[in-house]
Write a protein that binds this ligand. Structure first.
Ligand SMILES: C[S@@+](CC[C@H](N)C(=O)[O-])C[C@H]1O[C@@H](n2cnc3c(N)ncnc32)[C@H](O)[C@@H]1O
Length: 267
């Protein structure tokens, strides 16, 4: 799939660095320049292609570590019975399930790719979760929810894929009640030099091949690697979250910065 993606070279570092040109992320699909209007269709095609193997691939490519990162996120969310969580880019439901298992009241999963939502809904039936979670197809940049309607907002491995990060952050603020909690768990930038080299070899050379063998789709996993490199650095993203109207913005690096959780309160 997505044959057009295969001829890629790393872009001009000044043009491409999202830290130098905030808001430029819509012009890039990994290392490939694209029309911003085309980006979400390309992203949907990636997740349509991998939906059936998405959970297996997550475990294989992270050695299960994504589970620990999601557990850490949920410790920070601190679910309560009277809380409504909106999990944007919620995919196959990992965050929503953790929220409910830890005593959260109601979870809403919203994702732009219908096939991911379908896999998530099937997983919830398989787990006997018949109530407490709603599944919605929708765009993080135009959430189909009322303003000030949720207590917590999570987006896990999703913000990197949206066309306009600032529009998604502004929507997060709109739907949160004042004082509501915002959390973004995302692949980030390694802060330990020794880990960086190993991680580069693993991600650029091994991961796309793993994608080919397990999910039958090398291009989608190359997009994953490239989109991580194009995602803003920890501090740059924190500033954009603040600019969107959040207070007490914090960054917590996970596994040496391979991933990070940004959090804040809706002012
Ligand atoms: C890497 S998956 C993460 C799924 C889940 N949150 C998890 O942690 O396992 C990224 C998800 O983001 C969704 N996505 C991408 N762009 C989106 C957008 N603009 N609005 C909502 N969801 C989006 C994709 O469809 C996909 O399901």
């Amino acid at each position: 799939m997505l044959r057009a993606m295969t001829e890629r070279t790393p872009p001009d570092p000044n043009m491409a660095d999202p830290n130098k040109a905030p808001g430029s992320e819509g012009n890039w699909f990994g290392f490939q320049p694209v029309d911003p209007d085309a980006k979400s269709g390309l992203v949907r095609a990636v997740f349509d292609s991998v939906a059936g193997r998405y959970d297996l691939m997550n475990d294989l490519m992270s050695g299960g570590i994504h589970r620990l990162w999601k557990d850490t996120l949920m410790e920070m969310v601190a679910p309560k019975a009277d809380m409504t969580l909106l999990d944007v880019a919620g995919g196959t439901g990992d965050i929503a399930f953790r929220f409910l298992q830890r005593g959260g009241g109601r979870a809403i999963v919203c994702d732009i790719t219908e096939s991911m939502v379908r896999v998530g809904r099937d997983r919830s039936f398989d787990r006997g979760i018949l109530s407490g979670v709603n599944w919605t197809v929708g765009d993080a940049e135009k959430l189909p929810f009322a303003s000030r309607s949720v207590d917590a907002y999570t987006i896990a491995f999703g913000l990197r894929n949206v066309t306009r990060i600032d529009a998604a952050l502004s929507e997060a603020r709109r739907v949160l009640k004042p004082g509501g909690k915002f959390f973004c768990l995302e692949f980030s930038h390694v802060v330990l030099p020794v880990l960086r080299e190993i991680y580069d070899v693993y991600s650029f050379q091994l991961l796309p091949k793993l994608g080919r063998v397990v999910a039958g789709d090398e291009d989608s996993y190359r997009y994953l690697v490239e989109s991580i490199r194009r995602f803003p650095q920890q501090e740059a993203l924190a500033k954009r979250i603040e600019a969107a109207g959040f207070g007490a913005v914090r960054v917590r690096n996970l596994t040496g910065g391979i991933a990070a959780i940004h959090s804040g309160w809706r002012i």
